[in-house]
Design a protein around this ligand. Structure first.
Ligand code: GDP
Ligand code: IMO
Ligand code: MG
Length: 435
């Protein structure tokens, strides 16, 4: 029962979309298991660039069933736009399945997210403003709407009427416009009609594929350091991007996962607020940001940029039970004279090698760096580790040493082909092909 989880090991935007698309060629199904349209996964195929927010990054292949699992929060407006965009570009979207149990992001969730951030002022989380926190909040509070509810006006009216008074009170208190029940019911019912053909019991879809021996890929959104439990709370997202989230949000049990591929990039970025010990405020950081096009896919905000941090890497490998790693964007570091790698923190006068669970502690940590001589050669055309400049190989080996698990891919450009495949246990087989 081959199930592989692809999980971000940093603060998101590690290149999960590229790697999911790269591996999807060989699998039958790709499943998103958490997050919502706060995600922005970029897939580059020749001249074509696709920026996917909700649809799994396997959708570009016609043989793939793309599944939006129960753990995802779905803004139907975004999903409908995305399906239309894909269809208009010749992609078959008939095989996109959406869990009937996935929760719906309503306009009042978006309004509350935005209003709350502005109320927090300096203390804001720096959310993507997509209503993610309020939607997951309502799910936990059992006030949410599920995708299947969109199919029944009576249920919609009942659920919206139950949730709305509190939302309106909050919005009014923050000086924002309020919502009325009936227009929301009409809008949601129209979404339901449009999305009806895509709704499914995705747990059995996934279980069925695994029972037939098909390979299923679970595509995480965000990253481990934004995890609601494992990141620097409150500067986190509201779901569990970690590999365990693939179980709760994708419809499988822990023993059904046979590989966890952790995705990292050769430096780090972070969008939004929160402690970031290795953040760069100098020209080197600006150069990396420019070469790496480090702007948020969803909000267009400049991403904060810093050196690679091996302290959370070791933590992320542990909490995800990462079995192998893909290291992306190594090409962006070409031309830097000295590359710094954070190996520990100095915290309250002590050297600390473990990721502090407290955000307050993290904000007091200063990085302890190991220096690596850089390289000047461009890497875009390199296709084997042996052809990398020696200094690049040394840097990759150092990261691998800290991770304690093999780096199986090194990515040197956004294209599918710009990938070094190394020590890779090939995925078993593609759907429909004999083993
Ligand atoms: P995700 O959210 O983890 O899927 O990552 P994003 O798509 O938000 O950000 C990664 C960006 O880097 C995208 O624009 C990718 O096309 C691009 N990218 C991925 N891998 C590489 C690489 O190895 N080199 C370069 N130069 N760009 C890459
Ligand atoms: P992908 O899947 C990077 C960040 C936001 C903010 C925090 C909470 O493309 O890697 P939210 O809107 O989720 O309530 O915001 O999480 N964030 C991301 N940062 N990549 C993402 O997704 C992100 N999704 C959310 O910037 O700091
Ligand atoms: Mg992204």
């Amino acid at each position: 029962m081959p199930a592989t989880v692809i999980v971000g090991l940093q603060w998101g935007d590690e290149g999960k979309g590229k790697m999911t698309d790269f591996l999807a060629e060989q699998v039958a199904m790709v499943v998103r298991y958490q997050g919502g349209d706060n995600a922005g996964h970029t897939v580059v195929n020749g001249d074509e660039v696709f920026k996917l927010r909700l649809t799994p990054s396997g959708v570009l292949y016609s043989h793939i069933t793309s599944v939006i699992g129960n753990g995802v929060v779905v803004n139907p407006l975004t999903l409908i736009d995305e399906l239309d965009m894909l269809a208009s570009r010749g992609i078959d979207v008939a095989r996109v399945r959406v869990s009937r149990s996935a929760h719906v992001t309503m306009p009042y969730h978006v309004a509350l997210d935005v209003a709350n951030e502005s109320r927090l002022g300096e203390a804001k989380v720096g959310t993507t403003g997509r209503g993610i926190g309020p939607t997951y909040g309502d799910r936990a509070w059992r006030l949410g709407l599920r995708m299947e509810d969109l199919l029944d006006r009576g249920v919609l009216r009942e659920r919206i009427s139950r949730a709305l008074p509190d939302k309106n009170l909050l919005l009014k208190g923050m000086g924002d416009p309020t919502f009325e029940v009936e227009p929301l019911v009409a809008m949601a019912a129209a979404w339901g009609e449009r999305l009806r053909p895509h709704l499914d019991d995705t747990t059995w879809l996934v279980q069925g594929a695994l029972a037939r021996g098909e390979h299923v890929l679970f595509e995480g959104a965000q990253g481990t350091l934004l995890d609601l439990d494992h990141g620097s709370y409150p500067f986190v997202t509201s779901s569990n991007p970690v590999a365990g989230g693939a179980c709760t949000g994708g419809g499988i049990g822990p023993l059904q996962v046979d590989e966890v591929i952790g995705v990292i990039k050769a430096y780090s970025t972070r969008v939004g607020s929160g402690p970031y010990p290795t953040e760069l405020h100098d020209e080197i950081g600006a150069g990396i940001a420019a070469r790496g096009h480090e702007f948020g896919t969803v909000t267009g905000r400049p991403r904060r940029v810093g050196w690679f941090d091996a302290v959370p890497l070791r933590y992320a490998v542990a909490v995800n039970s990462v079995s192998s790693i893909t290291l992306n964007k190594l090409d962006i570091l070409s031309g830097i004279e000295t590359i710094q790698l954070c190996v520990a923190y100095e915290l309250d006068g002590r050297r600390v090698e473990t990721w502090p669970s407290s955000g307050a502690a993290l904000s007091r940590a200063t990085p302890v760096y190991e220096d690596f001589p850089g390289w000047v050669e461009p890497l875009h055309d390199v296709r084997s580790l042996a052809d990398l400049p020696e200094n690049a190989r040394r840097y990759v080996s150092a990261i691998e040493g800290h991770a304690g698990v093999p780096i199986i891919f090194v990515s040197v450009g956004p294209e599918r082909t710009q990938t070094i495949e190394r020590a890779w246990r090939p995925m078993r087989r593609r759907a429909g092909l004999p083993g």
